[in-house]
Design a protein around this ligand. Structure first.
Ligand code: FE2
Length: 278
């Protein structure tokens, strides 16, 4: 349960850091399961993946389908000029997404429970709904940058309710690509909206407010086991990982069923796979 001080910190800063939230054992079980998923993943023939329009469409399809399945995505720098992986597959995957929390018992266990439910309630989510899960590897040497964005861009509700649950599975530092943010910047407007029309997705510009700069942005260095919860309007960023240490993290994106979930959001659920809470 969150204290009133923790709730006040969240209101003030737009995020809250909860150290020692997950045990080493729980993290090891999730890590093992993620490794097994990657082991079982058979990459498509790699040479032409990023080269032709047909393949671009296939990649879009692969992305859209991942809204309701468990898919592996490569790091952008995983491939050499010859189209072959530059290192082992297990060190080439950027992330697994986006519905493991509902499809995989190990991921579901990690993603649910009374503690998480209480935290969500404490943050003002009357009826939390988990739309998305991502296991992010941030691989050593090639872990990709994630540019400044707000998660409400991808999960629009009226009023805005999306809240991110970000679990550090390894120590996250400025060396291996920790999160960066600007405390209090969740009081800035939504800058972009990621919308889906049928089988196409586009990014719409909404507001020209600049992203945090190098003077105002600060790193969120946290130890393995820490849960960081943050507001859907909080701008955040993570740098490329050029270090020799990976930076595994797991995220959940959660909205409040009391708010109206946009029909233009890229992840939708039908009666065959209803969205569920904690
Ligand atoms: Fe994000």
């Amino acid at each position: 349960m969150l204290t009133s001080e923790q709730q006040a910190t969240y209101q003030r800063d737009g995020y809250l850091v909860l150290p020692n939230f997950k045990s080493p054992e729980a993290m090891q079980v999730l890590r093992q399961r993620a490794g097994d998923i990657v082991d079982a993943f058979i990459p498509p023939a790699s040479k032409t993946i990023f080269t032709t329009n047909d393949q671009v469409r296939l990649i879009d399809r692969y992305f859209l389908d991942s809204a309701v399945n468990t898919s592996c995505f490569f790091e952008e720098e995983a491939f050499g000029p010859d189209g072959e992986l530059r290192q082992a597959k297990a060190l080439s995957i950027n992330k697994i997404g986006h519905a493991m929390h509902d499809l995989d018992p190990v991921f579901s266990d990690f993603s649910r429970g009374p503690e998480l439910q209480q935290i969500a309630r404490g943050l003002g989510l009357a009826q939390p709904e988990i739309w998305q899960s991502m296991y992010i590897f941030k691989q050593p040497g090639i872990g990709g940058e994630v540019g400044w964005h707000q998660d409400a861009t991808f999960f629009e509700t009226t009023p805005i309710s999306v809240t991110t649950f970000w679990f550090a599975l390894e120590d996250a530092t400025v060396h291996n690509g920790c999160l960066w943010t600007q405390p209090g910047a969740h009081r800035s407007p939504l800058r972009e909206r990621f919308v889906r029309h049928g089988d196409q997705v586009t990014m719409q510009k909404l507001d020209a407010t600049p992203w945090p700069g190098s003077i105002t942005a600060m790193p969120l260095e946290v130890e393995a086991g820490t849960l960081v919860v943050f507001h859907g309007l909080l701008p955040h960023y993570s740098a490329p990982n050029r270090s020799s240490a990976s930076r595994h993290a797991y995220t959940l994106h959660v909205t409040d069923a009391a708010a109206l979930y946009s029909s233009a959001n890229w992840i939708q659920r039908g009666a065959d796979m209803p969205v569920r809470g904690f």
